[in-house]
Each structure stands twice: as structure tokens, then as C-alpha cells.
Design a protein around this ligand. Structure first.
Ligand code: PGA
Length: 250
């Protein structure tokens, strides 16, 4: 299966940068990974209108389908505009917008009902990590998916240790591997093997063109969620190339 390489631009980027990504399309190596760019919401219609070899994702959607939610954008509206993916539960939204896990999962639900593929982000704080609580935290975050009866076949889960985001710190390959395996086992235990095998698990947090190849070579890592390094066309392309190299050697 192709690796899923997702760029989360956060509140960065510009129309000019989107144009640059579009002009650099159709390189051999890009065609061998599935690429997604998530620009700020105001840029989504422009991103969709471009000739491109990447899918367009949103960084958030409302938990509701319509109504009195000033400033929000519904998953239906995103789908209407040609958006294919949506991030939910990113730690920055959990932290700055005070989004609860339950709310993040209700966004997964509306996204799926609108035909989008949600990318549900989970991860532990540094304190959790240092207290060996990672698996407990992840289990709690995952548990809500069962409560909301989420379709695991149309779901991407991104493991992003909060302490690794934007810090230049990356867990050891062994830790990433064990944690992603834990998530996969959890899914198989809860939902059955088919679902666990069918969905993709991403790693995110200080991914760069230097470490992407090694992370992608871990057996259960189905792709990457990239912040800072997705803002430069050359570094994003290099990361896409490492997915290509992996595919060739797999
Ligand atoms: P980073 O961000 O790659 O800049 O660490 C990742 C993310 O927040 O998704």
C-alpha cells in the first residue's frame, strides 16, 4: 500500500506557496506516495482549483452539520468544495481551542458522514511519556472512537507525541514502532483484524527529510503527518521520495 504523506501547514503558507507545490507536480517519486496538503481553510478553494498531484485536506471541521456556529465550517461544506481529508484532534486544537477528546471524535463522525477521510490525532504529553503513561493516554483517546461507533475502514490515525511536535525531538525508532504496534493491536482487539489491517497509522512530530526514511521503514507505519517540513516544497518532496524508496525496496 502507498504511504500517506500529509502536510499540515497550520497557520502558515500562502497562495504563492500552493502554486509552487502545484508547479512541482508529476515528479516520479511523488506519484508513489499518496500526498495530502492541509493549508489554512481560507486557501482550500484555491488549493482544490489547482492542477495538482496531491489531495487537499482541511485542518479542522465543525462537530455540527449546520447552524449557529459562527466562524465554523462544516464537513459537508468541505466535501462540497472538493476537500478529501480533515484533521481532527490535533494537539494544538485540543490545547488552544480546548477541544475535548469527545468533541474531536464527534468531528471524526461528521467527517465520515460527509464522505471525508478523517485523520484523528492522538498523543501523550512529555509528563505522560516520562511517567510511562503513553499507552494509557492513547487507550483513553482511542476509546471514544468505540463510543461514537466510528467506521475504522475510513479512518486514519496519527500518533503524534505532543513533546515531539515542533521541538526537533523524535522518539527512538523502537518507541515509535512499539507505540504504533500498540495502536494496531488495540484496534484489532476492539474491532477485529480486517479493520486493523485496512487502516493507516501515521507518525507525526519533528519529521524531516533526514528521519522520514527510517520511520517509514517501520512495519506498521503507514505514513507521516508533517508540520514544519511540509512548508518547503523541496523538503516535502524529499520526504515523498523516501516513501518512494521504501516502496521500491519493500
Ligand atoms: P512538526 O508538526 O512536524 O512541525 O513537528 C507536526 C504536527 O503538528 O502535525
Amino acid at each position: 500500500m502507498k504511504k500517506l504523506i500529509v502536510g499540515n501547514w497550520k497557520m502558515n503558507g500562502s497562495v504563492e506557496l500552493l502554486n509552487e507545490f502545484s508547479q512541482g507536480r508529476s515528479r516520479t517519486e511523488w506519484a508513489h506516495a499518496e500526498l495530502v496538503i492541509c493549508p489554512p481553510s481560507i486557501m482550500l478553494p484555491h488549493a482544490v482549483s489547482l492542477e495538482r498531484d496531491f489531495a487537499v485536506g482541511a485542518q479542522d471541521c465543525s462537530h455540527a452539520n449546520s447552524g449557529a456556529f459562527t466562524g465554523d465550517i462544516s464537513a459537508n461544506m468541505l466535501a462540497d468544495f472538493g476537500v478529501k481529508y480533515v484533521l481532527t484532534g490535533h494537539s494544538e486544537r485540543r490545547r488552544y481551542q480546548k477541544e475535548t477528546n469527545d468533541k474531536c471524535v464527534s468531528k471524526v463522525n461528521v467527517a465520515q458522514n460527509s464522505g471525508l477521510t478523517p485523520i484523528f490525532c492522538i498523543g501523550e504529553t512529555l509528563a505522560d511519556y516520562q511517567s510511562n503513561l503513553t499507552m494509557d493516554v492513547l487507550s483513553n483517546q482511542l476509546e471514544s472512537l468505540l463510543v461514537h461507533n466510528i467506521d475504522f475502514e475510513n479512518l486514519v490515525i496519527a500518533y503524534e507525541p505532543i513533546w515531539a511536535i515542533g521541538s526537533g525531538l523524535v522518539p527512538s525508532l523502537n518507541t515509535i514502532s512499539q507505540t504504533v504496534d500498540f495502536i494496531k493491536d488495540w484496534i484489532i482487539r476492539s474491532k477485529g483484524r480486517v479493520h486493523g489491517d485496512g487502516m493507516r497509522l501515521l507518525y507525526g512530530g519533528s519529521v524531516s527529510s533526514e528521519n522520514s526514511g527510517a520511520i517509514l521503514s517501520l512495519p506498521n507505519v503507514g505514513g507521516l503527518l508533517i508540520g514544519g517540513a511540509s512548508l518547503k516544497h523541496p523538503s516535502f518532496r524529499l520526504i515523498a521520495s523516501s516513501a518512494y524508496r521504501h516502496l521500491k525496496s519493500a
